[in-house]
Every structure is written in C-alpha cells, then in structure tokens.
Write a protein that binds this ligand. Sequence first.
Ligand code: SAH
Ligand code: SF4
Ligand code: F3S
Length: 449
Amino acid sequence: MQACVITLGCQMNEYDTHAIQSQLAGIGYSFVDNIHDADLVLLNTCAVRGKPVEKARSILGALRKEKRRRPVTVGLMGCLAQLPEGQVMGAQFGVDFMLGPGALTDLIPALQQKGFTSFAFKDELRDYAPPPPQGVLSAHVAITRGCNHKCTYCIVPTTRGPEVSRPAADILREVEALRAAGVVEVNLLGQNVNSYGLEPGLGPHRKLLPGFPSFAELLRMVGQLGLPRVRFITSHPINFTDDIIAAIAETPAVCRYIHLPVQAGSNRTLRRMAREYTREYYLERIAAIRSQLPDATISTDIICGFPGETEEDFEETLTLYDAVRFDMAFMFIYSERAGTPAAKHFDDIPHATKVARLMRLIERQKYWSLQQYRRWVGQTVEVLVKGPAHEANLMQGHTRGNHTVVVPNTTAPRPGLYSVRIAHATPHMLYAEGAAVPEGGFVTTAVLN
Ligand code: SAH
Ligand code: SF4
Ligand code: F3S
C-alpha cells in the first residue's frame, strides 16, 4: 500500500503531516511523491489566505480526475477541512473522508469508513506525537496547538480551535527522542508559543496553569537536553515578556531568532485588527530584545490593505520598518476570510493599491535586510547545512539567526553543522567564503559603498 501526503500551509501542517505518516507507516503504508503511484492521497490543506485555498481546489480537481481513472482513496485534511467552505469543496470533488486538524487521531477509522468526517478538537495531543524522523537533522515539536486570540482578519482560531498546551514531560520526552536519533535542531511550534502554559484568556497578565512551566522555563529545560540548537515559532508580542528574553540570553542552545509578527504599524489598524497592543508597546518590546540580545535576528509578518487602511496608516508601517530594522519580513496582501469579523467590513482597498503598497514594503524591507545581513560579512558563523543549493557545487543551510547561507560543497560535502566565514551578503542570502555570488545577485559592498 502506497500513500501520498500533500502538505500546504505552515510548519504546524508539516508537523501534522509527519504525525499522519507515522500513523500510516504503523499500518503498513509506504510513501510516494506522485499521486499517480498512490493508493491513498491525503491533502493537508491551509486556509489562511485565498491562495492556498485555490491551490487545494486545483489539487482536488486533479484528484477527482485520478479517481475516475482508477480506484484511489482521497482524504481532505488540514485547516480547510475544518471550514464549511472546505467541506462543500470536499463533497463537490467527491473525497472519501474529511478530517479537521484537531481530529488526526481519527485517521485509522476514517480509512475504514467511506464518507467518514470528524471535526471535533481533541485534547489528547500526546497520542499522536510522531516518532523521530530518520536521518533528519532538524525537526519540529508542537508545544501548543490552537489560538485564543481574536485577530479580526484571521481564520486560524476557527480552523485550529482554542489554545492547548502540551504537558512539558511529553515535550521533553519527544525532544530527547529526537536528540537520541541524531537531530541537532528542534523547532518548538505553536500559533503563539510564548503563551505556553498560560490559563485560557487574553492579555499580558495571564497566570500559569497548575503544573505547567512558563515558556521561559520550558526554553531553559529544552535547552539543557544537549541539542546544539533550539528554535521556536511563532511569538505574539503581547506575551513576549522579559523572562523569555532572559531565558534566551542565558541558554546557549536557544537560537537568537525571534519571529514577532506586528501585522501593521498604525495604532488605528492594530486596534481594528484586535492585535491587543499598540505600536509603542511593540517598539518597547523590540528595544527590550535589542538591549539583552544585541545580535538577535528579528523578523515579522505584515498585512497590507486591511479594510479601511488609509495611506497614512500604511506609511506608519513603513516608519515602523525604519524604527525596527527587521532582518526579514513576510509580507501579505489582506485576503478576506469568510466568517472572520473583518469580513463584515467592506474589503475596500483596490487590488492595485494593495499590490503597490506591498511593493513599497518589499523595497523598504530589502534595504533593511541588506543592512542586517551585512553585519555578518567577515564573521565566522555556525551553519546547519541541510542539503544542496539550487546552484551547482553549493550546499545550503541556516545560521543560528536563521539567515540562509550557501557554502561550497568542498567546505561542506554533506549535511551537518559547520563553521564558515561569511564573505558576501545580499538581502536574502549570506555567501560563505568560496561561494561565488551568481550573476545578477547584488553584493552588499556594491550597494553600500
Ligand atoms: N499565529 C501567528 C501567525 C498566524 S498565520 C501570529 O499570530 O502571528 C501567519 C500570518 O498570516 C499572520 O501573521 C498574518 O500576517 C497572515 N495572515 C493571517 N490572516 C490573513 C489574512 N486574512 N490575509 C492576509 N494575511 C493573513
Ligand atoms: Fe491568527 Fe491572531 Fe491567532 Fe495569530 S494570534 S493565529 S494572527 S488570531
Ligand atoms: Fe494555514 Fe492552518 Fe497553518 S490555516 S497557516 S495551515 S494553521
């Protein structure tokens, strides 16, 4: 029996895919990349914006064709499956079963029963923690699932349900098993990792649940297990407290990479997005991080063209860029999601205006990325090389600060940790000594001097 699991969306979905595969492997499946070779195809979907939903629709179309030609079982899973929109789509394309992201433990019954659906969120996360992947150097570990926030544009709280923290003992056991299997980097995952262990609710003053460590304490515990690298993603600014900054500063294994989505630079937009903080609060958190962790990489997520975003509001996002100097930013055009509070507003920004704003953000970000990346030119850094780069004779990996680095394959013949000297920087890439910058790639010095 051969299965093909297609993954769209974020790292949480990658983690879930691994959990799905480990359940399938347990009942005798092996895995193929091509749907034409598979007896079972599972589509692990994303619904955060229109694009991944369209992608899922086109894959479902291809799968319907395949089903007409030969017997193949198709399951619709992931965030889209949790929504009415996805369930209508699943029925329309004739999938055999649907499972929401909180119902992964129902996979085996679903395989046995045509028309099976399950969308209830289950609490017991411990039951399907995947075993360590073979020969992999970097692995995800979910520490929380779901989200309690109510950002007005966002569908994730609906698709993933309320926030649940996994017991620390389960997390530590899973990380330990990964370490024993040769993994050198773990990435602690959650929609908002830094509200790990907190009581249900919102805001900066949530208390700890009985028996749970805080996120800061968890970082220290995981950091002591002997892994060279511990990462975490994503953090919410409202709970990014000083004790977390101190835990990062004092735990050598914890990478100094902080992804702190701000979403917008104007207080008016932040309020209308229900982000729970102001621009000033965010900038104060950045200042706290920079004072304790001067070499930290800081990245963010931005939405442009939120309903009612004026030119003045947008320009405050640009001035925030200048104030923070992010290393990296993931920039999105607002995409209306049915059922979210923001969808009640008129999506009033013309697409061309959204695109023009996005382009201005990208330009500004490129400038700051280049400034930040060039800090590493001339320095010797640790790179986790994961595999071949696109260009010939180069391998690719990441620094502790999550910058992509290319390294000559003579220096790094196989995946692993290496120490390399950075010779050049572009806004997206660091080049280790001996790695030529491809034609057209522009080098730091050419721009700045
Ligand atoms: N839990 C994280 C990320 C959630 S989704 C957080 O709170 O920051 C990842 C990113 O997708 C978000 O940070 C946001 O920038 C973007 N996003 C979410 N909903 C969106 C929408 N409706 N349109 C455009 N971008 C969206
Ligand atoms: Fe969505 Fe906001 Fe929750 Fe992030 S914090 S997942 S943006 S609702
Ligand atoms: Fe997408 Fe669900 Fe992740 S909507 S971004 S796959 S949490």
